[in-house]
Design a protein around this ligand. Structure first.
Ligand SMILES: CC(C)(COP(=O)(O)OP(=O)(O)OC[C@H]1O[C@@H](n2cnc3c(N)ncnc32)[C@H](O)[C@@H]1OP(=O)(O)O)[C@@H](O)C(=O)NCCC(=O)NCCS
Length: 164
């Protein structure tokens, strides 16, 4: 298999990011957040969101395919998503490592993220990579014209490093 290459997102990636984001969102969140929020997270909604987030996005590219992506804003690692065919392959770890590097390069020594309480796979993944559960974080989300509160945990990683 071709090794994944990390690169900045471009507008041309937005459609692939939207598809992967939509599928991964439902894998990790459905049943763990309010039903109204799940109903509002349509593929169309992700096609609207992804182009707005290109400048925050780093892509894991495998032979021209978007295998996964991460979005970083300041000290927050906002989204870590890997296509189902690439889970368990190490692609997610590469993306998380890059996200930590970006947070450190911006001048922070601690990174944080919100993960839905019931997203056991993601929580295990973060814990395996040195993140710890910093406590409950009710996360307010607006979608489809309504507001929802998702039961999340605030995960933290201290002493992130800007590697050369
Ligand atoms: C979260 C995500 C990026 C992690 O990447 P990944 O390649 O699946 O992660 P890994 O396979 O390296 O690690 C997952 C760990 O969870 C474990 N796991 C798998 N299914 C699990 C489950 N249902 N419950 C608990 N742990 C589970 C795996 O065994 C592995 O742990 P181990 O290495 O100690 O055995 C990926 O699963 C994904 O894109 N999920 C959908 C989107 C999502 O939820 N993103 C996170 C939003 S905060």
């Amino acid at each position: 298999m071709t090794a994944p290459a990390l690169r900045p997102g471009t507008p041309a990636d937005a459609a692939a990011v939207a598809g992967l984001w939509h599928a991964g969102w439902h894998d990790g969140h459905a049943g763990h957040v309010p039903d109204g929020l799940t109903a509002a997270r349509t593929l169309t909604a992700f096609h609207e969101r992804a182009p707005l987030r290109v400048s925050d996005t780093t892509i894991a590219d495998i032979g021209g395919e978007v295998a996964g992506f991460v979005m970083v804003v300041g000290d927050e690692v906002e989204q870590v998503y890997v296509g189902s065919a690439h889970r368990g392959s190490g692609v997610a770890a590469l993306l998380l490592d890059e996200a930590e590097r970006q947070v450190a390069a911006t001048g922070y020594d601690e990174a944080w993220l919100a993960v839905v309480e019931g997203n056991a796979r993601a929580r295990r993944f973060y814990e395996n990579h040195g993140w710890h559960d910093g406590g409950p974080l009710p996360y307010e989300v607006s979608a489809g014209g309504s507001s929802y509160v998702s039961p999340c945990r605030r995960y933290v990683k201290r002493r992130v490093r800007a590697r050369p």
